[in-house]
Design a protein around this ligand. Structure first.
Ligand SMILES: Nc1ncnc2c1ncn2[C@@H]1O[C@H](COP(=O)(O)OP(=O)(O)OP(=O)(O)O)[C@@H](O)[C@H]1O
Length: 263
């Protein structure tokens, strides 16, 4: 495997109930990049992220992270995961929440302080989570996902419900994290957020519509905005991911990969 590839998905299919939710996806993601997983509601983004974390029973194919099968015990400290619904305790302070999860992972107070600083939460550390803004609350979830310095951080719609200023703040933070070499996979159904990513994986109805950079997206479609570009890609019927990124791999609480699986 290419040295810089951190996530390798081959022929991945997932059925949930009777529906084929992911249909033979193949792609690779690279370290040190922000990968945007974009697609409409119900396109399979969360299911794909769960498959990468190892929380999803897969029907066929393979998902490898850092050379190990997704969900392997050895990956638990290396893959951080922020679920769509923030899993923080309202009646605990920021520091108490983070300390709680740090204790589960056997991590020190230094590590708690590191993630508090890294997510700009020092000023709010003693406040109850219930008293935080939406953006600050999301940053607490992110801080927990960053405990233990994971090499891959998976964020499922971390900016949903936030106003544009808070969204921009979080994206600046993501860029800072990616610059430290982390492979950051961020899902969103807000197409404008595609422009903040290094690479985009466009998902529609469980299939990869395209895998490309924001620049390539706009150039190829000639659209003036990402939303329009996405619609143009659908119109053109592009569905072969290989045609979009022939060789370059694209380049993340429950905050940690666990053995729990879901149908
Ligand atoms: N437990 C389940 N049983 C059957 N189908 C499911 C189950 N969970 C999700 N699905 C279906 O799988 C498809 C993909 O869902 P998924 O949550 O992965 O999409 P998504 O792109 O993350 O959507 P959203 O942006 O709304 O979160 C949807 O059609 C959904 O209805």
């Amino acid at each position: 495997m290419n040295k810089s590839v951190c996530i390798d998905v081959q022929d991945l299919s997932v059925k949930r109930g009777k529906s084929l939710v992911l249909d033979q996806l193949s792609f690779q993601l690279e370290a040190g990049k922000i990968i945007g997983l974009l697609g409409p509601s119900g396109s399979g983004k969360s299911t794909l992220l769960r498959s990468i974390v190892g929380n999803q029973i897969i029907t066929s194919g393979s998902v490898t992270a850092l050379g190990q099968s997704a969900g392997s015990k050895s990956l638990r400290r290396k893959v951080g995961y922020m679920t769509q619904a923030a899993s923080v305790y309202d009646d605990l302070t920021v520091r108490q929440n983070i300390t709680y999860f740090a204790n589960i992972l056997g991590l020190s107070t230094d590590e708690v302080n590191r993630v508090i600083q890294g997510t700009d939460l020092a000023e709010q550390a003693s406040r109850l989570v219930i008293d935080l803004s939406g953006g600050q609350r999301n940053r607490v979830s992110l801080a927990i996902a960053l405990l233990g310095n994971p090499e891959i951080v998976i964020l499922d719609e971390p900016t949903v419900g936030l106003d544009p200023v808070l969204r921009a703040d979080l994206w600046d933070l993501f860029a800072r994290l990616a610059s430290t070499g982390i492979c950051l996979v961020v899902s969103s159904h807000v197409m404008d957020e595609a422009m903040r990513c290094d690479q985009i994986l466009l998902l529609r109805e469980g299939k990869i519509l395209a895998q490309l950079s924001p620049f390539e997206l706009m150039k190829r479609t000639g659209a003036t905005d990402p939303e329009g570009a996405f619609l143009k890609l659908i119109d053109s019927g592009t569905s072969d991911p290989q045609s979009d990124a022939p060789s370059a791999p694209v380049s993340a609480p429950r905050h940690r990969a666990t053995a729990e699986e879901s149908k």
